[in-house]
Design a protein around this ligand. Structure first.
Ligand code: GLC
Ligand code: CA
Length: 254
C-alpha cells in the first residue's frame, strides 16, 4: 500500500503520541476534517449512489391545440319549450273560385230532401212493424182480419184495434164470419165489434148502426146475468157474453 507523505507523517506522529501518553481522541476531529481525496491518489469509482429526491413541481404548461377525436352520437331531443306568443294576423287570403257557394246551397237542398225521405221511410217502417206484428192475418174481400194473439176485455180490445188504425172485428156476412173463424184456435173465443149496452136485445155495430148479419148459437143471446157483448165460439157460432171478460182473443179488422 502506497501512503502519501503527509499521512505517513501523521501515522508516525500518532504512534509517537500514543507511546508518550497523549490522548489521541482529542485530535480525532482534526483527523476527520482531513479529506481523504486530498490526501491520496484517486481510487477506483465506487457504486452509484441512490436517486435523489423529486424536484419541485414545474410551472403549468400552455394550453395545447384542440384534438381531433371521433364525434360522439347525437343525444335524445330535449323537452318541448314553452308555447310562443300568438303571431300577428296573416294577410287576407286570395278570393275563392266563383260558384262554390252555389254548390254548397245545392248540397244543403239535397241534404234537406234526404232528411225528409228518411222521415217518410221511418214512418212507413213504423206502420209496417205494427202491421206485421199481428200473429194471424186473414183477408176476405176488401177486409183483412188480424190478431196479435192478445186476450183482453171488450174496451181494451176496441182501444188496441183503434190505435193500430183499424176496428174490432165484426163479420157482416157469412164469408167474413168463416174467415174470422179461421183465426181462432180450438176452444178460443173472440169479441165481435157490436153490443146491446144501450138497449137490451138491440145489437148495434160500433158505428151505431143496427146489426144486419148474425150467427147466434142455439139459445143465444140469453143475456145471462146481463150480457151486453158478443163473442164467437170456435164453431163460428155467436154468444152474448160479459164485456169485462179478459179471456177473449182480440181480432181487429182493417
Ligand atoms: C154459458 C151459457 C152462455 C153464457 C155463458 C157465460 O156458456 O150457455 O149463454 O153466456 O155461459 O159464461
Ligand atoms: Ca149468453
Amino acid at each position: 500500500m502506497h501512503l502519501c507523505q503527509p499521512f505517513k507523517a501523521l501515522v508516525l506522529a500518532m504512534a509517537l503520541m500514543m507511546a508518550s501518553g497523549v490522548d489521541i481522541n482529542k485530535h480525532e476531529e482534526n483527523m476527520n476534517s482531513c479529506p481523504v481525496i486530498q490526501c491520496c491518489a484517486p481510487g477506483t469509482n465506487g457504486l452509484p449512489g441512490r436517486d435523489g429526491r423529486d424536484g419541485k413541481e414545474g410551472p403549468k404548461g400552455e394550453k395545447g391545440d384542440q384534438g381531433e377525436g371521433l364525434r360522439g352520437l347525437q343525444g335524445f331531443p330535449g323537452k318541448a319549450g314553452p308555447q310562443g306568443t300568438k303571431g300577428d294576423q296573416g294577410p287576407q287570403g286570395e278570393k275563392g273560385q266563383k260558384g262554390e257557394s252555389a254548390t254548397f246551397d245545392s248540397l244543403q237542398r239535397q241534404v234537406t230532401a234526404l232528411e225528409k225521405n228518411i222521415q217518410t221511410l221511418q214512418a212507413d217502417i213504423s206502420r209496417h212493424q205494427k202491421f206485421f206484428s199481428f200473429r194471424w192475418v186473414k183477408s176476405v174481400g176488401k177486409k183483412t182480419f188480424m190478431s196479435t194473439g192478445t186476450k183482453d176485455s171488450f174496451e181494451n180490445g176496441k182501444s188496441l184495434c183503434t190505435k193500430a188504425g183499424g176496428g174490432l172485428a165484426c163479420p157482416h156476412n157469412h164469408a167474413e164470419n168463416t174467415a174470422l173463424r179461421e183465426i181462432l184456435k180450438d176452444s178460443e173465443q173472440a169479441y165481435l165489434g157490436m153490443s146491446d149496452v144501450q138497449t137490451e136485445g138491440k145489437f148495434l155495430y160500433l158505428n151505431g148502426r143496427p146489426v144486419t148479419y148474425t150467427n147466434w148459437e142455439t139459445g143465444e143471446p140469453n143475456n145471462d146475468e146481463n150480457e151486453d157483448c158478443v163473442a164467437m165460439y170456435d164453431n163460428e157460432k155467436w154468444n152474448d157474453i160479459d164485456c169485462s171478460n179478459s179471456e177473449m182473443l182480440i181480432i181487429c179488422e182493417f
